[in-house]
Design a protein around this ligand. Sequence first.
Ligand code: ARG
Length: 284
Amino acid sequence: MKIRRIMPVLLVGVLLVALVLAGCQQTTTPETTTPEEEGAIKTLKEGTLSFGADTAFPPFEFKEGTEYVGFDVDLAKEICKRLDLKYEIVSTAWDGIIPNLKAKKYDAIMSAMTITEDRKKEMTPTDPYIISDQSIATMKDSTIKKPEDLKGKKVGVQVDTTGQLEAEKILGKKYANLKKYDDILTAFSDLAAGRIDAIVNDKPVSAYVIEKTYADKMVLAYTIKTNEGYGIWFRTDDTALRDAVNKAIEEIKADGTYNTIYKKWFGMEPESSTEATGAEEPTP
Ligand code: ARG
């Protein structure tokens, strides 16, 4: 008799607990995460996903006061939240960023790094999380208006970037007046000081740096359409971790969080997304 009476109550209780548990699981990892991906997440040290970044590349990753901020930083933090992981950024010089990933100084690279076939030979990327182009930045009074005008001029790029690749497409691989910088912000101060005549660099970055620091002196003279996608990069074996991160990004896009982060850094909604064709595709 007694048991009969408490049975329904018990059942409801069990159901409630099950519901709460199911709910918890959904908030920790994307619903579709596989056991293999869960396993990869669990092997991370101290429940932390660490990202290597060259933190002189605004608005993607840069230092404000004592903190690292930017589009990549916000997206990386959101990814960690979805995977129930702690977030860490490891500031790294660009020229050592791939060797340091291989040496396990961090778990991934998130540094506005374009997905290229060459890089895929030594690492594995997520799907593109944003699409970008190249650009030519000059002083306002410059005669450089288009790629051909760069010939004979001193041109700055960041070393081993898609900006360098594009500049070399225009000027040739052995062009003597191509100055390769370790970080792009030094190229901008050199342009301001008249030490170089132009910079070939990722368009959103050059646009941001000019607007924030050199609006009175510099312009974005030309857009080089490359339609390149940035990816988060992992060691070649870490495909399960990469897949889990891909799923987290999908979720972040689907529920509108991506658009909020985008708007914060670019002041507008993303244009209806284009497929990345990759920086190494011949540009029309
Ligand atoms: N998107 C360009 C590339 O992948 C430049 C990236 C530079 N990133 C940075 N944080 N400095 O080659």
